[in-house]
Design a protein around this ligand. Sequence first.
Ligand SMILES: Nc1ncnc2c1ncn2[C@@H]1O[C@H](COP(=O)(O)OP(=O)(O)OP(=O)(O)O)[C@@H](O)[C@H]1O
Length: 335
Amino acid sequence: MSTAAAQAGGKGGDMPVIEIENLHKRYGRHVAVHDVSFTVERGEIFGILGPNGAGKTTTVECAQGLRTRDGGTVRVLGSDPATDRLAVRRKVGVQLQETQLPDRMRVAEALDLYSSFYPDPADWRTLLAELGLADKADTPFKKLSGGQKQRLSVALALVGNPEIAILDELTTGMDPQARRDTWQLVEDIRARGVTVLLVTHFMEEAERLCDRLALIDAGRVVAVGTPAGLVAEVDAEQRVRFRPSAPLDDRLLTGLPEVTGVTRTGNQVLVTGTGNLLHALTSALAAQRITAVDLRVEQASLEDAFVALTGRHPDRSHRPDRADPTSAAAQRARQ
Ligand SMILES: Nc1ncnc2c1ncn2[C@@H]1O[C@H](COP(=O)(O)OP(=O)(O)OP(=O)(O)O)[C@@H](O)[C@H]1O
């Protein structure tokens, strides 16, 4: 393990690398970020999770000094990005939502250019090899596949040897395999000793990658915690799914105090409830000599927690197509 990675492992005692307190940002009369506060510790993968338009990108853009905040305080590695933008930019690698390089620019040219912005750039050839792009140095940008473009954008974010990498919707538009490969990439970035601030609207991504996350909805932080901690905070219903081995009268189940609902799909029964649901259910079935075939207990997920906290599904409210002309990114590009 590198020294940086070893340092990254020790979270206790260090000052947070990012501190955001009561951040407020308006675009004209529209309040994009009402009140956002969270801190990111050195060496963690910290997620900002929320639906389309929640204010995630605005928040990280304020942290990078790309946007001027209207209220609150922001400290990144001890500096205020609003007044000390250069210091922040040198230490923070940014993978933009939609990296667009000139079509004909070759991978090596792009990396040379980005390297020239930093006082102590990484050896980009090593970086390319690590990202599986070693043989693409002479390839023009437009000839890269979607996944290769994404990896190049990660290389560009890392070429300045940053202490923090901000990754915004890194896996949007990827197929499941490419998404999994990219998750590995994010873990590799952290293993290099880089703190990762990850913006996402994918539950599974947040649950799988993030040490801690802030759930953001409509410009406000709804909760901050570990994925497991957030799930535990919400007293979500338990769900048990099975096929009865013999005809079953629903009233046998609905009569149990632990059961709050019974629904059927084909020959499958889904029982929701609280307390010691599984025990109550299997005992009641056993008394009727009925076996629960293919019995599955479904754990509450981060999605359940999000829905319980906000009443909304973060994935569903997100547009599938980032080229949507009404999208926040498109609006930003026009301004
Ligand atoms: N430049 C801008 N001018 C006006 N309104 C904007 C601008 N940028 C963002 N907004 C609005 O501010 C709100 C927050 O947008 P933001 O992009 O920060 O959200 P987000 O959570 O990152 O969503 P997305 O996934 O679409 O990027 C949205 O209502 C958006 O339409």
